[in-house]
Write a protein that binds this ligand. Structure first.
Ligand code: ATP
Ligand code: MG
Length: 562
């Protein structure tokens, strides 16, 4: 088992599970080994979560193991920040690689030795063409490529040149090592692909030990083989690379030859997932960093208040298939609603407060009511909600001239203050500009707890917070980052033009019931009638709490369209 948690329910069959089941049944493998191979050059996003849940999930469900392998064959400056975040995200999602954390860069020497072996077998050669010359000979989808004049170099010359490449004798771009496969292959990946290039840069793990670096297609299959991976699962765009994956391992007569299996990557509507675009959003300050709660990154989604359970459930819901498609954002949002509806205690908060004074209620007196933390789960207990002469209600819950179908507070009308009393609006106070600043109400002392003593029907129930006991807080209402389903897609010149101008609304001076003072960073709440909220992990402090809206109670996007 690769996770310390109990196995999760709902394991829908998919074609990869079927392959694994068959391989275990037939005895092809005694147990399975999968891997998640992120390149530590960015933060993980919800698409990566699909791959993590798939790879670690298979290992968990079939009693195998899943490796975390940093695919760090590209020399880059500073990757530690990304690496740490990736590890933390995988753990947060509920998975554990145990002892099995690896770096592709630890295999540099093996990659090199294997390259020498391929040269000796006459299967690789040093090409001295420039990049442009090589491109000119590569051919197109319809035309075969042409062989490089250096393709016929002898083994000894190739060995010598390659050793000298390693020794740093050549300039960047002057030589590459290529496989000798077939320049006429209909599959461009098989037209003598480059497997080593010269890059005179430091690598953050190997320092200046190397000035030649292997290409992904060459390094990846060998890494999988070294680690004894049984099923190497990748996204569909690698389907055309599979013949190369297999060719390299076949030619090396690798004792372990994993099966590459491709699945459809996750595309999610109303967001972007390319690392380049996410980086641009951060660098151009269009969002507040990688962990902006509107970002599809796992750090962002987490800060927004999503639970790991909801993301695993989402990945289970969308399944694993072989055709590329878009998943609607509402499916992800529904997953968190479904999870939080069960686990989030209820509380009352007023986001746009309107003062309401209860005439006749004794000045200075306070009452207390019991509020159920969850309407369907008594085990979640109750809390005390204090009440006093002045309370705040939501501005939206009062209309001076009620529209048709408005059943909340209006002059002369009665509503129920949740858990407390039935009140009736007697008058309103306005400021010089005519804005309502206070509503004055009478109350029915016999309705304590909320039901009318004479059994009369009260249509509306509204939430409230006692002014005297309220906690002040800031609330950030998040919405989708983009207002079109496929930002930058058809008829959109640039994805940035589709940014949703209303993706964040910051409200200050919100009023919270005092029980919310006990919130911790792990707390999630349903603010009654408003949505799901959590404390902001970055900006909130006990003196000045900041709550993020994780999700509305219902799918307001699709409702708007109806
Ligand atoms: P790039 O290759 O452009 O740097 P990447 O998104 O492939 O970006 P990696 O760090 O290489 O980033 O990805 C690690 C793993 O996550 C890969 O196995 C990849 O297939 C998988 N992955 C990445 N994006 C998605 C996605 N949208 N859906 C499913 N799996 C994904
Ligand atoms: Mg990749």
């Amino acid at each position: 088992m690769t996770t310390t948690e109990t196995p999760l329910p709902g394991k829908a069959a998919n074609f990869i599970r079927n392959i694994v089941t068959d391989d275990l049944k037939s005895g092809k493998h005694k147990s399975i080994v999968t891997r998640f191979p992120p390149e530590p050059n960015g933060y993980l996003h919800i698409g990566h979560a699909k791959s993590i849940c798939l790879n670690f999930g298979l290992a968990r469900d079939f009693g195998g193991r899943c490796h975390l392998r940093f695919d760090d064959t590209n020399p880059t400056k500073e990757d530690i920040e990304y690496e740490d975040s990736i590890k933390e995200n995988v753990k947060w999602l509920g998975f554990d690689w145990g002892e099995h954390m690896y770096y592709a860069s630890s295999y540099f020497e093996q990659f090199y030795q294997h390259a020498l072996k391929l040269i000796e077998k006459g299967l690789a050669y040093v090409d001295s063409l420039s990049a442009d010359e090589m491109r000119a000979l590569r051919g197109t989808l319809n035309e075969p490529g042409k062989e490089s004049p250096y393709r016929s170099r002898g083994v000894d010359e190739n060995l010598d040149l390659f050793r000298r490449m390693r020794a740093g004798e050549f300039e960047e771009g002057s030589q590459v090592l290529r496989l000798k496969i077939d320049m006429a292959s209909p599959n461009i990946n098989m037209r003598d692909p480059v497997i080593y290039r010269i890059r005179k840069v430091e690598h953050h793990r190997t320092g200046d030990a190397w000035c030649i670096y292997p290409m992904y297609d060459y390094a990846h299959c060998i890494s999988d083989s070294i680690e004894g991976i049984t099923h190497s699962i990748c996204t569909l765009e690698f389907e055309d690379h599979r013949p190369l994956y297999d060719w390299v391992l076949d030619m090396l007569e690798a004792p372990c030859h994993p099966q590459q299996i491709e699945f459809a990557r996750l595309n999610l509507s109303y967001t972007v997932m390319s690392k380049r675009k996410l980086l641009e959003l951060v660098q151009e300050k269009l969002v507040d960093g990688w962990d902006d709660p509107r970002m599809p990154t796992l750090v962002g989604i987490r800060r927004r208040g999503f639970t790991p359970e909801s993301i695993r459930a989402f990945c289970e819901t969308i399944g694993v298939g072989k055709s590329d498609s878009f998943i609607d954002m509402s499916i992800l949002e529904d997953a968190v609603r479904e999870d939080l509806n069960i686990r989030a205690p209820r509380a009352m908060a007023v986001l746009r407060p309107l003062k309401l004074v209860i005439e006749g209620y004794p000045e200075g007196e306070a009452d207390e009511f019991e509020g159920a933390n969850h309407p369907n789960d008594p085990a979640m207990g109750t809390r005390t909600v204090p009440f006093s002469k002045t309370v705040y209600i939501e501005r939206d819950d009062f209309q001076e001239e009620p529209a048709k179908g408005f059943f909340r507070l209006a002059p002369g009308r009665e509503v129920r203050l949740r858990y407390a009393y039935i009140i009736r609006c007697e008058s309103v106070l306005k400021d010089a500009s005519g804005e309502i600043v206070e509503v004055r109400c009478s109350y029915d002392p016999g309705s304590r707890g909320g039901s009318a003593p004479d059994g009369r029907k009260i249509k509306g129930t509204i939430h409230w917070v006692s002014a005297e006991h309220a906690i002040d807080a800031e609330v950030r209402l998040y919405d989708r980052l983009f207002s079109t389903p496929n930002p930058g897609g058809k008829n959109e010149p640039d994805y940035r033009t589709s940014l949703n101008p209303k993706s964040i609304e910051v409200l200050t001076g919100c009023k919270m019931e005092p029980s919310l003072a006990a919130s911790t960073l792990d707390s999630r709440y349903q603010f009654e009638r408003l949505g799901y909220f959590c404390l902001d992990s970055k900006d909130s402090c006990p003196q000045a709490p900041v709550f993020n809206r994780t999700a509305t109670l219902r799918d307001s996007w699709n409702e708007q369209k109806r």
